[in-house]
Ligand binder design. Structure first.
Ligand code: PMP
Length: 409
């Protein structure tokens, strides 16, 4: 019976959130969860999202019928243009297919389920997904749930607090031909460290020579740099190189639609005479998988995104909202770095401003993380990751001083 089911550990990140809520200190600082906060540490409904929401609510024809299995067509079509570029040859040649998913998590899962079911490389060893070390913790759970073997490639250098490019390349080089490689499109979680464009080119050329399969996870387009095209650069480059690949696209951060679960899964195949056919066949199998797992995706978040993505004026407003979020985060990186400089905190803190996106890998040890929590009521994950969005003009100095204190102990 079910009495044999063991107790599972609490999810570390959601456990951290609960601990923060229990803390009664008035100066507590939440740098745990990766969700945008405004300068008052409050959740932010993007003004353009509020507008789209109001428009939808005024629509007398809005109902609660099921969406199609593949989701809202206006949404998936606009999502393809957003991620690949409106004039992408992959779209013109019908070499791409998109399904609406339960945000980015659902997109990663759909790709994982598809690979588990259909990926049959001639070398069985190639049926392995290589993920960066470290990576978003959920990657490991999602791929192991579908029994897809997982291996790591080095990514973060503890020494430079930057990319371990040599380690990354060496491992990909040694991976079997045809292996799947999971790549963070931009604003790598948890490190905030991305390859440069030249480094991406090297990764692409290496993977091409080994017929490896890129699986991009894109959770921060536009949120990282404020520029939607720049943040999609790596994906578009790989498409240009003719790869067959997957992309998991999340709208949680860039629209602030976290709980609405709006996302999209993309398949693209390289140019060939039967490419459009391949896309149709793959799409048909994805639809079967989707039907058995969720039947059809949730409507409201996708409707909001679709209203904005398909209206030129609202789209431009969205870009402004994106610049506001990314701009505030970048200014907090600068503020934190300059406070640490001012305090002459031991060590090199250049990585704070070199890293990008929601997160920064501070380099604090687990022991320091626990101590800063009990001493200063600052909450961050045990690996020393901070959510930059948790910092604001009211707490950045307090946080810098707490770091300074812990580093000197
Ligand atoms: N991938 C990465 C790398 C992420 O950081 C996130 C958000 N934490 C996701 C996927 C998916 O999140 P969601 O399911 O909320 O879109």
């Amino acid at each position: 019976g079910a009495s044999v089911v063991p107790q599972a550990p609490e999810d570390p990140l959601f456990g951290l959130m609960a601990a923060f809520r229990r803390d009664t200190a008035s100066n507590k600082v939440d740098l745990g969860i990766g969700a945008y906060r405004d300068n008052n540490a409050k959740p932010w409904v993007l003004p353009v999202v509020k507008k789209a929401d109001d428009l939808l609510r005024q629509d007398p024809n809005l109902n609660h019928e099921y969406l199609p299995i593949a989701g809202l067509a206006d949404f998936t079509t606009a999502s393809q243009k957003l991620i690949f570029g409106a004039d992408s040859p992959a779209l013109k040649e019908n070499r791409a297919v998109a399904l609406q998913t339960i945000s980015g998590t659902g997109a990663v899962h759909l790709g994982a389920a598809f690979l588990a079911k259909f990926y049959t490389p001639s070398n069985p060893e190639a049926k392995t997904i290589y993920v960066s070390n470290p990576t978003w913790a959920n990657h490991n759970q999602i791929f192991s749930n579908v029994k897809l073997p997982i291996k790591n490639y080095p990514y973060f250098s503890a020494e430079t607090k930057g990319l371990d490019f040599k380690g990354m390349i060496q491992t990909i080089e040694q991976a079997p031909e045809g292996s799947v490689v999971l790549l963070h499109a931009c604003a790598h979680n948890p490190t905030g460290v991305d390859p440069t464009q030249d480094q991406w080119k090297e990764v692409a050329s290496l993977m091409k020579s080994k017929s490896q399969f890129p699986f991009f996870d894109c959770a921060y387009q536009g949120f990282a740099s404020g520029d939607l095209n720049k943040d999609a650069w790596a994906i578009r480059y790989f498409v240009e190189q003719g790869f067959e690949m997957f992309v998991a696209q999340s709208y949680a951060k860039n629209f602030g639609l976290y709980g609405e679960r709006a996302g999209c899964f993309h398949f693209v195949t390289g140019p060939s005479s039967d490419a459009a056919d391949t896309a149709v066949r793959v799409g048909s199998q994805l639809a079967i998988l989707q039907r058995s797992e969720i039947s059809n995706p949730p409507a409201y978040g996708a409707r909001i995104a679709s209203v904005i993505l398909n209206d030129e004026k609202l789209f431009a407003e969205w870009e402004e909202n994106l610049r506001e979020m990314s701009g505030r985060i970048i200014s907090m990186r600068k503020a934190l770095k300059s406070k640490l400089d001012e305090l002459q905190t031991p060590g090199n803190w250049d990585h704070i401003t070199n890293q990008i996106g929601m997160f920064s890998f501070t380099g604090l040890t687990e022991k320091q993380v626990l101590k800063i929590r009990s001493d200063s009521h600052v909450y961050m994950t045990k690996n020393g990751r901070i959510s930059m969005a948790g910092l604001n003009t009211n707490n950045v100095e307090y946080f810098a001083k707490a770091v300074d204190k812990i580093v000197r102990e």
